[in-house]
Design a binder for this molecule. Structure first.
Ligand SMILES: Cc1cc2nc3c(=O)[nH]c(=O)nc-3n(C[C@H](O)[C@H](O)[C@H](O)COP(=O)(O)O)c2cc1C
Length: 331
């Protein structure tokens, strides 16, 4: 099956929550272990391993996904209006490297649809984060205001507007400032996804983190994805995820923790696929992680398998430099 078809098939399967509830009980997918409890950005998580943004873009699968043992589920990116996204194929798998190139182009059913789904969700047993995107600070701020009442945490996704003049550079910091001005007073329940390009420019990386700290933003998502040419994609170019980016992601988390100096907690992301990876992320300065590619390659037992191995090690592993910040935020 092509990657795009597998993605659609997984979605179809997860739309029916009842079998997943049974499977969850039969297979012990929810590892209920006090040693895994983690506080991130003021939110209590049952464990530190979440499902990253992009799988459940429209918040349609929360009932099924919440049976799989993740410590939180990040839905989105939720876009202001319905969008088709890029031409197919949009996904290419590299199984030997447990990696994926994607060129989805943020397809979305639009914010009203996602908000309606979130309003109706029955389960509250797993914290839900919502990644909110848009092509201007107004669009993103409106999205945050609309979604925030129905989720535990908002993740701000700064997207390059596709209206740049030739030679013009995307100013993600100006966009972030514009968003924060518009959601003043509520920034504490939002985290910022550091754009992958920003991590390549140390001064901007540091500046973006300073803006977040001074505005009282609750946390950061730091990853390691990068653009790659891929003739198998409809657009011929995509973003690389999975094992291939783990080392870069780890280095970025370490850099971010250095800039943050314990003032803001970090969610590490990129190529995480084992308990050892989670511990490495923690040593680099992350409080929790989220993953996507490992879910594709390891399937519905991935969170359970990681958490079982992690449970005896999590509390005694090297404390991340931002645990203190998380504790301060919590209080
Ligand atoms: C198919 C696919 C779609 C994605 N869509 C989104 C998205 O809509 N919004 C977003 O912020 N991140 C998106 N991501 C990025 C993931 O949230 C995550 O940062 C990335 O996959 C790296 O983690 P991984 O190496 O564990 O896959 C997507 C990733 C993949 C593979």
């Amino acid at each position: 099956m092509s990657a795009d078809r597998s993605h659609a098939a997984a979605h179809a399967a997860l739309r029916l929550p009842a079998p997943w509830r049974l499977l969850s009980m039969a297979e012990g997918l929810n590892v209920d272990d006090a040693r895994l409890k983690t506080r991130f950005a003021g939110i209590d998580l049952p464990n530190p391993v979440g499902l990253a943004a992009g799988f459940d873009k429209n918040a349609e699968l929360l009932e099924g996904l919440s049976c799989l043992g993740f410590g939180f589920i990040c839905v989105g990116s939720i876009m202001p209006e319905a969008r088709y996204g890029n031409p197919f194929p949009r996904l290419v798998r590299y199984p030997s490297r447990q990696s994926i190139a994607d060129s989805m182009g943020v397809p979305s059913k639009g914010r009203p649809f996602a908000v309606d789904q979130l309003k109706r969700r029955a389960t509250r047993r797993v914290p839900v984060f919502a990644n909110v995107g848009g092509f201007s600070s107004e669009q993103i701020a409106d999205g945050i205001n609309a979604v925030q009442p129905y989720v535990d945490l908002v993740e701000i996704s700064l997207m390059c507007p596709n209206v740049l003049a030739p030679g013009e550079v995307f100013d993600e910091i100006a966009m972030l400032r514009g968003v924060l001005d518009r959601i003043e007073g509520r920034a504490l329940s939002a985290i910022v996804r550091v754009p992958n390009d920003t991590t390549q420019i140390p001064d901007r990386f540091a500046e973006l983190i300073e803006v977040c700290v001074s505005a009282g933003v609750a946390g950061l998502k730091v990853g390691g994805g990068r653009r790659v040419p891929e003739p198998g994609l409809g657009t011929g170019v995509g973003t690389l995820h999975g094992r291939d980016i783990f080392d870069a992601a780890l280095a970025n988390v370490e850099r971010a923790a250095g800039f943050a100096r314990g003032r803001i907690p970090i969610k590490g992301n990129g190529g995480v696929s084992s308990a050892a990876d989670v511990l490495a992320m923690r040593r680099a300065g992350a409080t929790c992680v989220d993953l996507y590619s490992a879910f594709v390659y390891q399937g519905w037992t991935v969170a359970r398998d990681i958490n079982r191995e992690l449970a005896p090690l999590w509390q005694t592993s090297g404390r991340s430099s931002d645990v203190a910040a998380a504790a301060r935020l919590a209080s």
